[in-house]
Design a protein around this ligand. Structure first.
Ligand SMILES: NC(=O)c1ccc[n+]([C@@H]2O[C@H](COP(=O)([O-])OP(=O)(O)OC[C@H]3O[C@@H](n4cnc5c(N)ncnc54)[C@H](OP(=O)(O)O)[C@@H]3O)[C@@H](O)[C@H]2O)c1
Length: 339
């Protein structure tokens, strides 16, 4: 198998790259070479949005191309130009946040409708899926759609409301005795997947002729409440008495509208996925990393080198401001009730 990954050194894609190399695939990565290279791969350097990408790709043919960096229909249009007739399979990394919000059934399958009025990111991914589906129908473009849900590895502490780029922020706050916000009552169920588990499903789809034209989500079977997720994270960070403040998602998004997509369009809903389809196509797929084990590895990675522990002042200040505003509102409401 000769495969090309667009990206390949990121949060999700690093694990996919490592597993493909371990399975003996011939793996090339196209990215801007801003991160560490991965042993066993061929590095192609270029910006996918610039002519340098086409130059770096040359006239090679691939058995499969995995695209981790397409976010809208316009990007798919450019990929069709680049890869028509040059790949046996094109896998588009979409997102499980594309599934209808609010959901009408507790269990999400691949045939759950796609519609998200709250999050532009999800709508753009849906438009990209639509463009690919048309390309499959009209010109037999060999596409496969993969929808990850929240997925983490060494570099991401996947707590809702945390900084994504400076992910250690939540751990630093916990260890400093500062509060973290849990949306709602923290009782909705959520699925978080370790990137090494996601990789098993994705690599199993590479070169799979039956997967052409299909969509899959690849997630863990472990369903946890947000309260459990925050508690396991605090325990893994060695914090015995963490301060968690529960605040309704609507309150949070009214104060900080930038949180609307990730909350009302995603993490304030329960997210339980039916894994039947990926298991049918990739029979040895099984997610084996429990969150409480995976998050220990992530925190150990950060603790191993203080230079990794970048702190997001803006996200931290926003958290403090939201907690202060909420506490004031609560005090006023209590006074109204004479309490
Ligand atoms: N993590 C989740 O929870 C989650 C959930 C649902 C969907 N997804 C989807 O997963 C994908 C993200 O994958 P990931 O986690 O591996 O990504 P990531 O951590 O954001 O890494 C991005 C990768 O793409 C490369 N890259 C970024 N911009 C580029 C450009 N302009 N030209 C060429 N290369 C570029 C980066 O390398 P350089 O910086 O060196 O260029 C890196 O290899 C996205 O499509 C996202 O929508 C993620």
């Amino acid at each position: 198998m000769k495969v090309l990954f667009l990206g390949g050194t990121g949060n999700i894609s690093t694990a996919v790259t490592q597993l493909a190399v371990a399975r003996g695939f011939d793996v090339a990565l196209l990215n801007r070479s801003r991160r560490e290279t991965i042993p066993g791969t061929r590095q192609l350097t270029g910006d996918i949005n610039a002519p340098s990408a086409a130059t770096a790709l040359g006239r090679e043919h691939w058995d499969a191309v995995v695209d981790f960096i397409a976010f809208d229909a316009a990007a798919i249009e450019r990929r069709l130009e680049l890869f028509r007739g040059r790949t046996g399979q094109y896998l588009f990394i979409s997102t499980a946040s594309a599934y209808q919000k609010p959901g009408t059934h507790y269990l999400i399958t691949e045939s759950t409708p796609l519609a998200n009025p709250y999050w532009d990111y999800s709508r753009q991914k849906i438009a990209a899926e639509d463009r690919l589906t048309r390309a499959y129908r009209e010109e037999s473009f060999p596409m496969t759609i993969v929808r990850p849900s929240l997925t983490y590895g060494d570099t991401v502490i996947p707590l809702v409301g945390n900084s994504w780029d400076k992910s250690f922020t939540a751990i630093a706050r916990l260890r400093a005795g500062k509060p973290l916000i849990i949306p709602g009552d923290g009782l909705s169920l959520w699925t978080i997947t370790h990137n090494s588990d996601f990789a098993k499903g994705l690599v199993g789809l590479l070169g799979h002729p039956g997967a052409i034209g299909h969509a899959f989500h690849i997630t863990s079977d472990e369903a946890l409440t947000w309260n459990q997720i925050f508690e396991y994270t605090a325990a893994a960070a060695g914090v015995e008495a963490p301060r968690f403040v529960h605040i309704a998602s609507h309150f949070l998004s009214a104060c900080a509208p930038e949180l609307t997509g990730t909350l009302l369009g995603d993490k304030s809903h329960s997210a339980l996925f039916d894994p039947t389809k990926i298991k049918r196509f990739v029979p040895d797929f099984v997610a084996t990393t429990r969150y409480r084990d995976g998050i220990k590895r992530t925190i150990a990675w950060y603790d191993a080198d203080p230079r990794r522990q970048a702190f997001d002042d803006a996200v931290s200040a926003r958290t403090d401001k939201l907690v202060t505003g909420y506490d004031r509102g609560l005090a006023l409401a209590r006074a109204e009730f004479g309490r």
